[in-house]
Design a protein around this ligand. Sequence first.
Ligand code: DAH
Length: 341
Amino acid sequence: MKEQLANIRADALAAFEEAKDALALDALRVKYLGKKGELTAVLKQMGKLSTEERPAMGQLANEVRAALEQAIARTAQRLEQAALEARLCSETVDVTIPGKSPIIGHKHPMYIALDEIKDIFVGMGFTVLDGPEVELAELNFDRLNAEEGHPSRDWSDTFYLDEDSRVMLRSQTSPMQVRAMDTMPLPIRIIAPGRVYRKDEVDATHSPMFHQVEGMVIDKGVTMADLKGTLNLMVENLYGKGTVTRFRPHHFPFTEPSCEMDVQCHKCGGAGCPTCKGEGWIELLGAGMIHPNVLRMANIDPEVYSGWAFGMGLERTAMRRFKIADLRLIFENDVRFLEQF
Ligand code: DAH
């Protein structure tokens, strides 16, 4: 029996050395130490030994079992290490292969134009304001001197959010004038860009959602000459030195006098072409001297202070800036179009 045990030990240790992987090692464990294993079979014969022989043989058998178990643990570790090394070799990364370059975003042409406009006005000491798109009709109309019955208040023109026509999607950025007058100390110089909403059908020049930039100055001794000077400066910065503008009389409830400013057509230089619909001029914005009623409603004394304001369509401004013919291109977000700017 002693000899048997010695043989098992020698055989098993040699076999473990040869094991190629964890599976093979486990099969060997079963072969020697399993229920029907070789060592187990020897142990089962212990009962046949005499009482004198049994303790020494029992001890030897235990030693062999311990030796085999240790050898299995060692081999398992060796195999694990080898497997890891093999994986590291086979999974090497070739860092010299060119990578996939990520597609990097790009500023929308309208926001490029807006950034230019902001730069121009911030450079003249204006503050840029942001305001709510869901607005009170009181600020969008009443406080701007557009009383009940004014055509732009009609349900066919404006998106109201309640039955009583008190809350609406702002139809212009002009309510930001009121918000500035109510919250800022005088003198005030602000621009307020943002989205506005009107019930218009989509076509080459209309969209139910578009952007405006509102501008306003209130100070002592402000005149129409300041308005014209400032707007001409903006246009020259935006469209290039020598860009020609003209001011036409117009009507807005919140300014008196009121005007519209046109820019000479960039396509034909004023001769008349399809871009300017034969006019030679392209309308860019509405403006005027702030109506005394509007100042009074904000508790500003029109005998002491005066002011001017303007509101311009941002899409239209960007379209002229980048010579874009159709408004829809601005909103469709076709990358092939946007990448050109
Ligand atoms: N809010 C006007 C519009 O949407 C544009 C406008 C005209 C704004 C004259 C002004 C202004 O501030 O003084 O058509």
